[in-house]
Write a protein that binds this ligand. Structure first.
Ligand code: GLC
Length: 753
């Protein structure tokens, strides 16, 4: 439909029709299962209202979607099609590794490819909008939702975010018509700074930190045309994001030029009443609409109060029209006026879902996401007898809390995948039970705490195991050449509303590791988790540690590909692996201090703890390989004429280049991931010592070397000044190129006055 026709349609709609375009309830309401939708409403919803609404969420399947869409188009006064939205966080049916693991890939092209597959599967199942990517910067592993984020660095998150948006949406509105869906970035903004790792709380952020760390990744997604933005549950300095006009209008629309649609998170508009930012739900509706929330998700304050606010002049009908026009434009970009059913086709849904090609891509993504943290006994070799021990060696539960359209039965377990490697004599033993969230809740819930106060003993998960499991595992380990443990957090232990006060491995898994290490010193551990964990105790039992995150449907094959050396490791940590929970929140790019604690500095009067190190157990950007790489000296050159007024050129102007020769000094082919960091030696605001500004993937055969060259633009040297504007200040900068954030391989450059 042309823009002119859209405007005519809008003009012809009643105020009631317009307002219902701004209302969204979960799909359960359309299939008579409203009670299982998790939305607690204070009133019934009539069928007439339901089919007036502009969109719904969490309903998928071509036939189901088409049935609802047909009824909506027929019953709508202007036959406006609905939007169908879904959490497609790390795959649809072909579930890929969790987003934190996709951050670990340091491979945006792999992220884009996997997301393109997710888009095609989702579109065929009737989805128009994916509530993804989540681009919240995260620094606190206690927060259950770190699993949804690409990690702790603004540049990495922005790079992954762009890849997600391009995978979902293609390269422009024309692509949205077929095999693609609109993307929706979330949770705007600053949700990763949620207090103490708990959901739905406050974030205390200076404007400077917000702009320097928490906003850049969302901005990168806006630059590549993301269609939708979702507001976050948290407040920023006392203002809820769904009522934050500075965030939604000032920054998002006025500064960044975002023209798309803003949707609230689930019930977040109504919760402004509960948190006391609004006196009641009527005021919550007014504050959200005035701030710029176009669609209210899973609550009815717009349906119940907006009309009266307009009629009594508290909000103009023009403001409503602006919101509704954005929604209509999105429907138009998706081609829904011409074809309300878009890609939803049950035959095609079968054809494009979980294909061998999709599975192969997921398998590659798994092998790229795994991070080798330490190594003494890997890879596994033909002819070896290997005891594969732990609940994750057997289970198909490899997806995550955020794979609602994924199915456990689609997952290939480690045990099944082992059949592809007949040259190795595998033996399997469960060894310990998986500990699910409920197990912890039972153990840690209030009545148990009362009991502890009486008897002083807190029953731990180890009470949930039976000795027979342990005994069987120890026997399987005793005379094996090697033992590989498959242990970690259950998929229910991370994701939304899954903050943890501890970040230790389940006690019964540690007990298993200790028992098998006592009879066989050649132990490797593969750790599954939706967050960084405290690996100190495990590190005492295992000579090799692989971080597998939550790998998705091809977890088994992808893990065995790297354990056997068929594929070499190339994953790098997207979040610092803490020494302990006490270090949290933790990041490599904290602001510099006046008394920095050097890595080996014994100084007492420095920024340090007296009882634990400052340093994480493993730093951001770290990851080993089966081979070794060396990094030659950094060579930096000016790329513009010496007399160029560097500060007056465009942001994307290349001012310098920095090169480094990377060499494979080991015996097997591997992929080096040279990482570019930049540090501003002196600036008008204190800045981090160094910040990631680029990386590359370089495949090298044994003995081979290649020179990587990075272009350094004005923007890469700039920062947000005291006036909240981007600025490049003259002076010296350090350019680092190395294996991780602790590299000291640097060259200095000078930006002239
Ligand atoms: C949830 C999440 C959000 C998700 C939405 C719809 O509460 O915060 O990430 O997209 O509701 O399921």
């Amino acid at each position: 439909m042309t823009e002119e026709k859209l405007l005519e349609l809008l003009k012809d709609m009643s105020l009631t029709e317009k307002i219902y375009q701004m209302v969204q309830l979960p799909g359960g309401f359309y299939s008579g299962a409203a009670e299982d939708s998790g939305t607690s409403l204070d009133r019934k919803v009539s069928e007439e209202e339901l089919y007036l609404m502009g969109s719904t969420l969490s309903v998928w399947g071509a036939d189901r979607v088409n049935t609802i869409q047909k009824k909506a188009v027929e019953s709508q006064p202007h036959h406006i099609p609905m939007l169908f939205m879904m959490d497609v966080i790390h795959g649809f049916r072909t579930v890929f590794p969790i987003p934190l693991a996709q951050g670990a890939m340091f491979d945006p092209e792999m992220v884009r490819k996997g997301t393109e597959i997710a888009a095609k599967e989702a579109a065929a199942a009737g989805i128009h909008v994916a509530f993804s990517p989540m681009l919240d910067l995260v620094r606190d592993a206690r927060w259950g939702r770190v699993m949804e984020s690409p990690g702790e660095d603004p540049y990495l998150n922005g790079t992954v975010g762009r890849a997600y948006v391009e995978g979902f949406q293609g390269t422009g509105a024309a692509d949205l018509y077929k095999d693609h869906v609109a993307a929706c970035i979330k949770h705007y903004a600053g949700y990763g700074a949620s207090t103490a790792g708990r959901d739905y709380t406050a974030a205390e952020l200076s404007e400077h930190s917000l702009r320097e760390y928490y906003l850049p990744a969302y901005h990168e997604a806006v630059k590549v045309g993301v269609e939708m933005v979702m507001t976050s549950f948290n407040t920023i300095n006392g203002v809820p994001s769904s009522g934050n006009k500075h965030l939604l209008q000032g920054i998002l629309r006025d500064e960044w030029g975002f023209k798309g649609t803003v949707i609230s998170d689930w019930n977040a508009v109504r919760e402004m009443d509960i948190m006391g930012f609004a006196a009641d739900e009527a005021e919550a509706a007014l504050l959200a609409a005035d701030a710029g929330v176009d669609i209210e998700m899973s609550s009815l304050t717009y349906a119940d109060y907006l009309k009266k606010h307009v009629e009594e002049g508290r909000i103009s009908e023009d403001a409503i029209d602006a919101a509704v026009l954005r929604i209509l434009r999105l429907k138009n970009d998706l081609g829904l006026f011409e074809n309300p059913y878009k890609d939803a086709d049950s035959v095609r849904e079968q054809q494009v879902t979980l294909t061998e090609e999709n599975r192969a891509a997921a398998r590659k993504a798994v092998s790229e996401s795994l991070v080798l943290l330490k190594n003494g006994i890997l890879p596994l070799h033909e002819g070896e007898t290997v005891a594969m021990i732990g609940p994750y060696a057997l289970t198909q539960e490899l997806n995550s809390h955020w794979a609602p359209t994924g199915r456990t039965e689609d997952c290939v377990s480690v045990k099944t995948a082992a059949e592809e490697f007949p040259g190795i004599r595998f033996r399997f033993a469960e060894g310990a039970k998986m500990i699910r969230r409920n197990d912890y809740m039972d153990v840690r819930s209030e009545h148990i705490i009362e009991k502890v106060r009486e008897c002083g003993i807190l029953p731990g998960p180890e009470d949930l195991d039976d000795e027979a499991l342990l005994t069987e595992a120890v026997e399987a380990a005793r005379d094996a050449d090697k033992v590989v443990l498959f242990i970690g957090e259950h998929v229910t232990m991370s994701g939304e509303a899954n903050g943890r006060g501890e970040i230790t491995l389940p006690a019964n898994h540690l007990r298993l590791a200790k028992a098998v290490a006592a009879v066989n010193p050649n132990v490797a551990a593969v750790v599954f988790a939706g967050r960084p964990l405290d690996l100190r105790e495990l590190s005492g039992y295992a000579k090799s540690i692989v971080y597998a995150w939550l790998p998705g449907v091809m977890g088994g094959p992808g893990i065995l590909d790297v354990l056997t050396g068929k594929v070499n490791f190339s994953g790098r940590l997207p979040m610092s692996m803490p020494y302990s929970v006490s270090q949290l929140p933790l990041c490599y790019n904290e602001y510099r201090q006046g008394r920095p604690k050097g890595l080996d500095d014994p100084g007492i009067f420095t920024s340090c703890y007296s009882d634990i190190p400052n340093r994480p157990l493993y730093p951001f950007g770290y990851g080993l390989s089966y081979t070794e790489f060396t990094y030659g000296p950094v060579e930096a050159k000016c790329a513009v004429p010496a007399d160029a007024a560097l500060r007056d050129v465009a942001e994307d102007t290349v001012l310098f280049t920095a090169s480094c020769t990377v060499k494979n000094t080991g015996a097997v082919t591997g992929t080096a991931v040279p990482e570019l960091y930049i540090g501003d030696v002196a600036s008008s605001l204190v800045r981090p010592l160094k910040e990631l500004k680029g990386f590359a993937r370089v495949d090298l055969a044994p003995g081979e070397e290649k020179t990587v060259t990075f272009e350094i633009t004005k923007d890469m040297l700039s920062f947000t000044g005291a006036d909240n504007r981007r600025v490049l200040e003259p002076g010296a900068f350090r350019i680092y190129i190395g294996a991780d954030c602790e590299t000291e391989n640097l060259a200095e450059i000078e930006v002239e006055r």
